[in-house]
Design a protein around this ligand. Structure first.
Ligand code: NDP
Length: 321
């Protein structure tokens, strides 16, 4: 079955592409601009109109937003309203007590900085990137609501919130009259924690889920079938995927999954995305890409989004084994 490429995000007026593009890696000032531009324009041409940024994507921090702003001005200035631009604040961004976590001061100042870097008047989605154990939740959620009321953001979301805290955050945002559009969590064949409590909560509440690192940062692809290539994430940017994370056991699982994917007429990356998207309330899988061809491949997942019970059983057996 060919699934539709856009899906409604929870109970909202927003539709998102099933495959979205994240700018965490490969869009920093240290990365070749021509490659970043080619990846982003390829994505746009394929209908991948939801772009996921954060204040601290780079390196250095802020530079992915600058790269995006440059491409927007240079190539996409007539297309702003065809794009759904998301950014976030919550991790460390600048020194001192006001550049991290979840205070109202940090969140609103960071959003202002993000808008300047991207050259935008407003973003389509502003997230609190992670919970802050010290700041009252009412203050962080109040800052998100203020972002919308002041016209700097159209919608708001939360990321990395565990289910219990997410439930409180959704209630507070509802009371403030600014419903939460989406929760963003790590979800992949290698990371299934959201299935237990988070997804049922979001489904009940009519909030969309977007899955980040749906390819396990590259581990659930054919990238490491023949060692660690120099130009791979583990090969050249081990900040978040170290060579030691590429274990023989995980590569062996990926090889076995690759066999299942081929039997479905998909690449392994495509099957990994289809698998993430099989699960309500997942609206979109946010991929990273180091070259345009990876975007082409990933978007092809939409051609086959359904699984038989037998396929799911076999995949579970491989993952569990
Ligand atoms: P993925 O799991 O999609 O990993 C991306 C990597 O997989 C690519 O860099 C590439 O590796 C490899 N890859 C992609 N497509 C293919 C393909 N078709 N065939 C083979 N290999 C492929 O996601 P990321 O970890 O990059 O995260 C995606 C986005 O999620 C981020 O950009 C960010 O926007 C968001 N995110 C949000 C977080 C949060 O806290 N809210 C945290 C982390 C991410 P290689 O580079 O080696 O070629």
């Amino acid at each position: 079955m060919t699934g539709p490429f856009y899906r409604r995000c929870g109970r909202s007026g927003v539709e998102l592409p099933v495959v979205s593009l994240g700018l965490w890696h490969n869009f920093g000032a240290a990365d070749p601009f021509a490659t970043a531009r080619a990846i982003l324009l390829r994505a746009f041409d394929l209908g991948v109109v939801h772009l996921d940024l954060a204040n601290n994507y780079g390196p250095p921090y802020g530079s992915a937003e600058e790269t995006f702003g440059r491409i927007l001005r240079q190539d996409l200035s007539g297309h702003r309203d065809e794009l759904f631009v998301a950014t976030k604040a919550g991790y460390d961004m600048w020194p001192g007590p006001y550049g991290n976590l979840g205070s109202r001061k940090y969140l609103l100042a960071s959003l202002d900085q993000s808008l300047r870097r991207m050259g935008l008047d407003r973003v389509d989605l502003f997230y609190h990137h992670r919970p802050d154990p010290e700041t009252p939740l009412e203050e962080s959620m109040g800052a998100l609501a203020e972002a919308v009321r002041s016209g700097r953001a159209v919608q708001v979301g939360i990321s990395n919130y565990p289910a219990k805290l997410a439930e409180r955050a959704l209630r507070i945002l509802g009371e403030l009259g600014v419903p939460c559009l989406v929760h963003q969590a790590r979800y992949s064949m290698l990371e299934r924690a959201p299935e237990a409590e988070l997804f049922p909560l979001l489904e009940r509440e009519g909030v969309g889920a977007v899955a980040f690192s749906p390819l396990g940062r590259g581990l659930i692809t054919d990238r490491y079938f023949h060692g660690i290539p120099e130009d791979s994430r583990a090969g050249h940017d081990p900040r978040f995927l170290r060579p030691v994370d590429v274990t023989e056991a995980v590569v062996e699982k990926a090889r076995r999954l690759d066999g299942r994917a081929r039997a479905r007429g998909q690449t392994l990356a495509q099957m990994a995305l289809s698998w993430v998207l099989r699960r309500a309330p997942v609206t979109s899988a946010i991929i990273g890409a180091s070259r345009p061809a990876q975007v082409d491949d990933c978007v092809g997942a939409a051609r086959n989004l359904s699984f038989t019970r037998e396929e799911l059983f076999e995949i579970d057996a491989i993952l569990g084994g």
